[in-house]
Design a protein around this ligand. Structure first.
Ligand code: SF4
Ligand code: SF4
Ligand code: SF4
Length: 183
């Protein structure tokens, strides 16, 4: 039987990019499954539904979720205690979908429509003012973002990082050139 493509596998993953599967995002995990280097039960956000969908796609038996990666739970959302936020902006770069808004030295806040609950912003906060709550506990219950939206926003996040890195590299090169010609 022909190998299943990473694209088809990636379509079934939640796209939170949380890395709990042990891979650097959903796409690398999809590639590992496609290459027969990973089992299909490594994604806690997807849980049993994703495992079942993967098993069907791959023509394999479903497995129980690997508990080493975490357990399946309610959908979560990050919330910032804005009284305690010191505006350091350390939570911005780790967010794969750019769901946190705020400028340096200003209070930051989470855009609830975009937050996937990946938890990647929690550890970098130096004052522990980000907590994860069940999405259902919010007063205004927004629908969770869909995997296609998550994928699109992650691609935009990566493209922006690449543009920034390229602009910095060009600036450095130009400064070196100016310094060399001034000698
Ligand atoms: S959502 Fe699942 S597949 Fe994607 S990075 Fe998280 S654990 Fe891995
Ligand atoms: S705000 Fe935090 S939990 Fe929500 S998507 Fe961004 S990094 Fe993940
Ligand atoms: S890392 Fe914490 S303190 Fe810093 S801006 Fe984000 S929420 Fe505020």
């Amino acid at each position: 039987m022909a190998a299943t493509s990473a694209d088809a596998i990636d379509q079934l993953l939640p796209q939170t990019q949380c890395t709990r599967c042990g891979y650097d995002g959903c796409r690398p995990y999809a590639e590992a499954i496609a290459g027969d280097r990973a089992e299909l039960n490594q994604c806690p956000p997807g849980g049993a539904a994703t495992i079942d969908a993967l098993a069907q796609l791959l023509g394999r038996e479903p497995l129980a979720l690997n508990p080493a990666n975490g357990v399946e739970g309610p959908l979560l959302i990050a919330q910032i205690d804005e009284e305690r936020c010191i505006g350091c902006a350390k939570c911005l770069p780790p967010c794969p979908v750019d769901a946190i808004v705020g400028a340096r030295k200003q209070m930051h806040t989470v855009v609830v429509e975009l937050c996937t609950g990946c938890e990647l912003c929690v550890a970098p906060c130096p004052v522990d003012c980000i907590v994860m709550l069940p999405r259902a506990a919010l007063k205004n219950e927004f629908a969770e973002p869909t995997p296609p939206l998550n994928r699109e926003r992650f691609a935009a996040h990566n493209a922006r990082n690449e543009r920034r890195a390229q602009a910095q590299a060009e600036l450095l090169t130009s400064r070196k050139r100016d310094a060399a010609s001034a000698q």
